[in-house]
Design a protein around this ligand. Structure first.
Ligand code: SAH
Ligand code: SF4
Length: 393
């Protein structure tokens, strides 16, 4: 790992200017087909366009190149033409915090001055990047810090994949030409578990993940990408069909009454509707289990009876249950369940035949843990009363 586990907490403002200029189109975020059309529109002969896309794609997504002048297998004239019409631009990193456990949290500014957070979590066998799909969230899960922030806007596909690119920059992970591409990756997994509900920004998230999975580019396996949703039932089948990544469901409760208050979208699609969609999830098999995320809230959803109900509800679905100790945030209306309670709950789930790992909170000292992300855009803040009203508590 590039980061010593005991690194001190640091906060440094990166000075690399990454402003997205107005005018030239950004190649980052375009599908191959869109890039081809864009090249043709600025005069690239149709017959050559596909090959040119292949070359540019490789420079950008394999080698991390940003400067057309360095794309040496393209003619000088073509490079000049590219520089005139296009840019290769990433969101701007405003600040970076490094936790004592090596977790890195980036505050990233996107067009319009909005901010989202991105978290990189190094582990022994992998490095997971938690990316955001929206600025804020339209949903109001009552235990989630992001839920206190109104939706400002959806991220574009370029902004979603841009998060992956800029962290690879920071990890200094782009290979040098000729080097072995298969060496162990620092950034090996992506989880769509940052700010926002990815299935409410479906097209952009899909397009960005297609870029991440492109075998001639970033080339991440679909099994190393996990999309977490609060349960937007009509989009679940599309996730399998159009993205094909792994699925995680923010389940969090075993009765509709409790889930209505924790995950208010449950009032629209209740537990029964959600489970029906999951049973139909086309890729369901033992090797591709659905992850059920379950936040452990003291005295709310953590009883033995809850654990028994949970395993009864998901019976027949190849699943893994990820228990998440609640990460507290200032003003949060809940407390984390005790370790003993979490263990007892986990034992019941395990005895029923399900893996039930307890997610280790990472980066708590820099407020980077699950559900603690929130941009500082205070004007977009929901009031406590609004949250309580929307959650029905
Ligand atoms: N909107 C999506 C993805 C982002 S949240 C979703 O809801 O699934 C990623 C995970 O963190 C979800 O399971 C969410 O319920 C959980 N989470 C949110 N706030 C949390 C908190 N304070 N402590 C622990 N987990 C939390
Ligand atoms: Fe939005 Fe997910 Fe937070 Fe719910 S848990 S408010 S869906 S980000």
């Amino acid at each position: 790992m590039a980061e010593a586990p005991k690194a001190p907490i640091t906060q440094d403002v990166l000075t690399i200017p990454r402003k997205i200029p107005e005018g030239p189109a950004n190649l980052i975020g375009m599908s191959r087909e869109q890039m081809r059309a864009a090249l043709i529109a600025v005069g690239t002969p149709e017959k050559q366009a596909k090959m040119r896309v292949g070359q540019i794609w490789q420079w950008i997504y394999v080698w991390g190149m940003r400067d057309f002048a360095e794309m040496t297998n393209l003619s000088k004239d073509f490079r000049a033409q590219l520089a005139e019409h296009f840019v290769v631009a990433l969101p701007e990193v405003v600040s970076k915090n490094v936790s004592t456990d090596g977790t890195r949290k980036y505050l990233v500014r996107i067009a319009g001055g909005h901010e989202v957070e991105v978290v990189y979590i190094p582990e022994t066998d992998r490095g997971t990047l938690c990316i955001s799909s929206q600025v804020g969230c339209t949903l109001t899960c009552s235990f989630c810090h992001t839920g206190t922030q109104k939706l400002v806007r959806n991220l574009t596909a370029g902004e979603v994949i841009g998060q992956v690119m800029l962290v690879r920059d920071d990890l200094d992970e782009w290979p040098t030409p000729g080097a072995n591409k298969e060496a162990q990756r620092l950034l090996s997994n992506i989880v769509l578990m940052g700010m926002g509900e990815p299935l409410y920004n479906f097209d952009n998230v899909r397009d960005a993940m297609k870029i991440a999975m492109d075998p001639e580019g970033l080339s991440l396996s679909r099994r190393r990408i996990t999309l977490s949703t609060s349960g937007i039932v009509p989009e679940i089948a599309r996730t399998a069909d159009e993205i094909g990544c792994m699925l995680a469901i923010s389940f969090h409760a075993t009765t509709d009454a409790v889930r209505d208050t924790l995950v208010p979208i449950n009032k629209r699609w209740n537990i029964e509707a959600l489970l029906a969609a999951l049973r139909a999830y086309p890729r369901l098999s033992n090797s591709e289990r659905i992850t059920f995320e379950y936040v452990m809230l003291d005295g709310v959803n953590d009883s033995d009876a809850d654990a028994h109900r949970l395993v009864a509800l998901i019976k027949g679905i190849p699943a893994k249950i990820n228990l998440i100790p609640f990460n507290e945030w200032p003003g949060a209306p809940y407390k984390r369940s005790s370790n003993n309670r979490i263990r007892a709950f986990s034992d019941i789930v395990y005895a029923a035949g399900y893996a039930s790992p307890v997610r280790k909170p990472r980066g708590e000292d820099i407020m980077a843990a699950c559900g603690q992300l929130k941009s500082a855009t205070e004007r977009a803040r929901k009031s406590r009363a609004e949250i309580a009203a929307e959650a029905g508590i």
